[in-house]
Design a protein around this ligand. Structure first.
Ligand SMILES: Cc1cc2nc3c(=O)[nH]c(=O)nc-3n(C[C@H](O)[C@H](O)[C@H](O)COP(=O)(O)OP(=O)(O)OC[C@H]3O[C@@H](n4cnc5c(N)ncnc54)[C@H](O)[C@@H]3O)c2cc1C
Ligand SMILES: NC(=O)c1ccc[n+]([C@@H]2O[C@H](COP(=O)([O-])OP(=O)(O)OC[C@H]3O[C@@H](n4cnc5c(N)ncnc54)[C@H](O)[C@@H]3O)[C@@H](O)[C@H]2O)c1
Length: 472
């Protein structure tokens, strides 16, 4: 059976869904090929389940940190209810709701494993058996995402470790958990499982959260230790052995025993078994694209989201998807693409304006460049820091609020290159910084963006004061 669509989207995660939706809104027909659940990693094994596991303990801690409400909190976390809430948020790992949304958006769905089999052609090994050949009049968008990478540590694979999938979908909390890695997954899952009652050990080869400002990583390490986590940095894992009672992890700094082991050492693109070799691309590598998410040298092939390795975040993948879906539709209509920096069809923000929130204890929210990254790319950079203890809204927010903010300024243009906030509940503050970075708002104008009193946003005023009005 052969079917023809304007656009074939390989992979129905958050990114694939958005590429298809924008293409259909641009007047094209689109089909999504999905081998597991429509909604992808984010909905079932990543963002949503991890954030539900983190949210209930965070709410409880927040109540305990405010005089008056603290006295009212006399119970303990209901772990069963937390897991049940997580099960609701993942729709019990069923995708009926997302499939209905595809229907309502006019997007066709083929269930099975898709591979590029020729230019503009995808062959699907159907979930129900048999094959279906799909051809695209205009474009194929590869949105197959990423998998957990499991490093070649002796005994690790044989020990059948948890990856983020098993951690986020766990139906029981192990009494103890050892986590290999020091990135976002390691930190968030250590926070979640320690809060749910596990005795957690983190084995981080280098430091924690090494792509973020080091002051934020230090606050997070302190927070983990306060939750009872044994955080070991600069530790190399040498071997893993599983027995009937759990795992033994041998490191260059001694042994760790735990009931369960989680590997959180990064991701690899799902590009091994999707027919890339058929079109002359390297299997297993991230698929390189230009800023319109098109693969150089192929006017019909796009790669969007985790699989292109640009930024491994749902919101940034969806941003790419809006650009890609729109540019596919524009090119199909014979229109010129808007390819100036910050143009409609360009994922310009991927380069230096990516926002990210780490839902740790305390939270870290950042956008743009760290001070070190800015110094590597610019000549004249100045960073200023303020403690949240100088902000009345933070003291009101919780007793003894501890946190810090940093803004990184391009001294020549007097605009922000990056902002990092670390402290309880800073997540919702970062979008203001994203607007300032993307909008390249001059510092002297930012003085007129007055934060309300007494909110935590007054940290902006403190940052400007620390920088000095006469300097801007
Ligand atoms: C534990 C964890 C927590 C995270 N938390 C956050 C967070 O809080 N915020 C955030 O922004 N990001 C978070 N991320 C990152 C986020 O999950 C990814 O960036 C996002 O899922 C990428 O979306 P995607 O559509 O590119 O890929 P995916 O979500 O991986 O979707 C790809 C889809 O393609 C399908 N597929 C693959 N190959 C084929 C094939 N050959 N044929 C058919 N279908 C195929 C897959 O089944 C899947 O459904 C987290 C990641 C992890 C691991
Ligand atoms: N809140 C969020 O936005 C969120 C949450 C989770 C994940 N994510 C995204 O998912 C992606 C994957 O996260 P991640 O934490 O798996 O990857 P990561 O790249 O953030 O961190 C990987 C960690 O593993 C360590 N590591 C790598 N190889 C190792 C080895 N052989 N032995 C020991 N340690 C090793 C690294 O030093 C690093 O600390 C990230 O890009 C992240 O942005 C985002």
């Amino acid at each position: 059976m052969t079917d023809e669509y304007d656009v074939i989207v390989l992979g129905g995660g958050p990114v694939g869904e958005n590429v298809a939706d924008r293409a259909v809104q641009g007047g094209l027909t689109a089909v999504i090929v999905e081998s597991e659940l429509v909604g992808g990693e984010c909905s079932y094994w990543a963002c949503m389940p991890s954030k539900t596991l983190l949210r209930s303990p965070q709410a409880l801690r927040a109540a305990r940190r405010v005089g008056g409400s603290a006295e009212a909190v006399t119970g303990r976390l209901d772990v069963g209810a937390v897991l049940a809430r997580r099960n609701e948020f993942t729709s019990h790992w069923k995708d009926d709701g997302q499939v209905s949304w595809l229907d309502s958006a006019g997007i066709a769905l083929v269930r099975g494993h898709g591979r590029l089999s020729a230019e503009r052609q995808v062959t699907v090994t159907l979930a129900g058996g048999g094959e279906q050949i799909l051809t695209a009049r205009h474009a194929v968008a590869v949105c197959t995402g990423s998998d957990a990478a499991v490093p070649a540590i002796p005994g690790l694979r044989e020990a059948a470790p948890w990856t983020s999938r098993e951690a986020t979908s766990a139906q029981e909390v192990p009494p103890s958990l050892v986590v290999i890695g020091g990135g976002v997954v390691a930190v968030e899952m250590a926070t979640a499982f320690a809060s749910l009652g596990s005795q957690v050990t983190v084995l981080a080869r280098s430091g924690l959260l090494s792509s973020l400002e080091s002051f934020a990583a230090e606050l997070v390490a302190d927070g983990l230790r306060e939750l009872g986590v044994d955080v070991r940095t600069g530790v190399d894992t040498l071997a893993v052995v599983r027995d009937d009672d759990g795992v033994t992890v041998r490191t260059d700094g001694g042994e760790v025993r735990a009931a369960e082991i989680l590997v959180a050492t990064g991701r690899r693109p799902r590009s091994t078994d999707i027919g890339l070799d058929v079109v002359g691309l390297k299997a297993g590598a991230p698929i390189t694209t230009d800023d319109t998410l098109r693969v150089p040298g192929m006017d019909w092939l796009y790669a969007v989201g985790d699989v292109n390795g640009r930024v491994l975040l749902t919101h940034q993948g969806k941003y790419q998807a809006r650009a890609a879906g729109d540019v596919i539709a524009a090119r199909a209509r014979g229109e010129a693409a808007d390819v100036a920096a910050w143009g409609r069809h360009m994922a310009t923000a991927d380069h230096a304006a990516v926002p990210q929130v780490v839902f740790s204890e305390p939270e870290v929210a950042a956008v743009g460049l760290t001070e070190a990254a800015a110094r590597r790319t610019r000549h004249r950079v100045r960073a200023v820091d303020v403690e949240f203890s100088s902000v009345a809204g933070a003291s009101l927010h919780e007793d003894g609020y501890r946190g810090r903010a940093r803004m990184v300024v391009d001294e020549d243009r007097q605009v922000l290159l990056g902002v990092t906030l670390a402290g309880p509940d800073v997540a919702e503050l970062i979008h203001a910084a994203a607007i300032a970075v993307v909008g390249q708002v001059p510092l002297k104008r930012l003085w007129h963006a007055v934060p309300s009193y007494p909110t935590m946003s007054e940290v902006w005023l403190r940052l400007l004061e620390a920088y000095g009005r006469d300097s801007a």
